[in-house]
Design a binder for this molecule. Sequence first.
Ligand code: ZN
Ligand code: ZN
Length: 346
Amino acid sequence: MTQTMRRALMTAMGAPLELGCDAIPAPERGEILIRVLACGVCHSDVHIVDGDWGRPARLPLIPGHEVVGEVVALGEGVTVPAIGETVGVAWNGGACGHCRACLEGEETICPEREGTGYSRDGGYADHIVARADFVVTLPKGIDAARFSPILCAGVTTYRGLKKAAVRPGGYVAVIGCGGLGQMAVQYARAMGLRPIAVDLDPAKLELATRLGAVATVGSDEELPAALQAIAGENGIRAAVIVAPVAQAFEQGIAAVAPGGAVIFIALPSEQKDRISISISDLANNEKRLIGTNVGTRADLREAVDLALTAGILANVETLPLADAGIALDRLRRGGVTGRLVLTMKG
Ligand code: ZN
Ligand code: ZN
């Protein structure tokens, strides 16, 4: 094992990532050291690096929370996973295990939760230390780059759809067809639902169709009416909002049928974090607004297992770690059809 690792480091909010080397950290009690094979670049990384969510708890910080790698060293007390196993590291990097939220199986809202690539160093590096109890084991030989987005985009949309509890065959609007949206379309299909893809970008809609969308809508159309026309008397049973635009949430609420659920996933920047809601529409039509924050370890295990059984993989474009800053820039500009994934060869 080399003594130093390459990493892309956030040193200040809004500053370009700094490429360089650091000593490989030693795993402490309960932690493992992982050699990173691939790390997806999530839109949240742009928000973190640009300072849209304020100053991260840790700075300097290595971003990245869609990590697939191989266990190379164990900290004290760790028996699982074993050295050599392939594991995934997701956003949910730790929770206290004893608060009310944790006891109720909702560690995503634990007040002491840790975020990989946010309050812990993440995967824009060729090594990462993670809490052994918070990684998910993966089959050996898995396509690390194409699987890495399951660790955030996948589990996030899976949990959202699970919480919406749509009956089989129900129509689900997926509003925004970037990295999260293409996962939402695939998970919806795997869960027996009928996804309708919504995006302004025809290339993204074409990809969504290949991934299983039953219909598409360009979101400059009168969106709620367009969606309702497709669903007919069945109605739109849920809207998954994965476009970080306030208007998309309002359109989703208007589009869902009585009893329908609107899944709040995308995170607009702090300045655009407000929407307008009709109280009577919500009350009279018993619409459900559901906030969801990535996923618990149980959600992650389920999302991984469903991806493995249903053959869900991300459509990706791989880049070397040295291009981490370029990847963030491309997400800022928009128009990225698949998921950008950093791969750590050599
Ligand atoms: Zn993410
Ligand atoms: Zn807790």
